[in-house]
Design a binder for this molecule. Sequence first.
Ligand SMILES: Cc1cc2nc3c(=O)[nH]c(=O)nc-3n(C[C@H](O)[C@H](O)[C@H](O)COP(=O)(O)O)c2cc1C
Length: 364
Amino acid sequence: MSGIDALFQPIAIGAIAAPNRVLMAPLTRNRAQADGTPKAMAVDYYRQRASAGLIVTEGAQISPQGKGYIDTPGIHAPEHVAAWRKVTDAVHEAGGRIVLQLWHVGRISHVSLQPDGAAPVAPSAIRAKSQTFTPNGFEDVSAPRALRTDEIPGLIADFAEAARNARAAGFDGIEIHAANGYLLDQFLREGLNRRADGYGGSAEARIRLVIEVAEAVAGAIGADRVGVRVSPFGRFNDIPAEGAEETFAALYRRLAPMGLAYLHVVEQFPGTTPDAAETDALARLRALWTGVYIANGEFDADRAADWIARGRSDAVSFGRPYIASPDLPVRFRLGAALNAPDQATFYGGDERGYTDYPALERAA
Ligand SMILES: Cc1cc2nc3c(=O)[nH]c(=O)nc-3n(C[C@H](O)[C@H](O)[C@H](O)COP(=O)(O)O)c2cc1C
């Protein structure tokens, strides 16, 4: 096996048989209806990308409270399930596999997006220096309130119910979004979680919510259909990364024996260069994971194939390349050029910059 062939070895990702290792990363596109129901154009968008080894959808809020941006989809109402069903049917008919990313934004929200104009929730009442997109354009996120301990069982139940809804909508599984500074990531962080109720303090206490969510979701739909996404050294959404290696080592050690489908790690962020100490720490953390490991961030075909050949990762997910090149695997196989992504149409809008990027035969 040489070169990019490593990308085209089939792999079992838990219960999911993926024919290649060129996976689609979750990508929020802000094109759902205001009530969180995906629009018909999402059916075309995901169908066009069905040749991915596995599609991870954009984040879908597990509850009205979990919403943090305008026009993101949900997975907590019958209308959501019915609309997503059309997406999963189209992907499966086209020969693909698709899991839904379950999202609760925590403090990265705005009162105008919350039920009854309430404050967003967080592990502790610490406001992010961050912005979100609301009906009024970009605005600073609102000051959050700390979740009460008696609200945590309901939050965990929302994740489990969302996972059941995802299966009812035909998804092959779900991904728990514990990355990029949203609610579960907020709980993991020493600098953001000052709770004294057993969900904050030591690393063991800060990882507890993610573990309990993973257990509940695995209990609802089976561990082999559940993935977890993390970003140990991410700083997006005003995340303090201090103490990250210790925290994530504890998390990986607790998650590893659960028999989950995969761990998905954002290792590098758009436009950043890797820091040597963090690169070493990510490799040490990777060695703790015994299941399927998916790496993400600023990869191209050659680097992805090299990582897989060396066992640094089992598969690689691609974000922006899949926005612009719906047929990414065949382009990698042929060494063909990729389409250029148009950043102006990443978030919100219509079919332009969404379903009108040409596939190879039409691009020629
Ligand atoms: C437009 C856009 C939307 C994104 N939405 C999500 C999301 O919903 N959930 C998530 O975990 N990451 C999200 N990300 C991060 C990507 O999944 C990925 O980690 C990042 O783009 C780096 O990968 P890349 O270099 O292959 O693009 C988003 C990134 C972009 C550019």
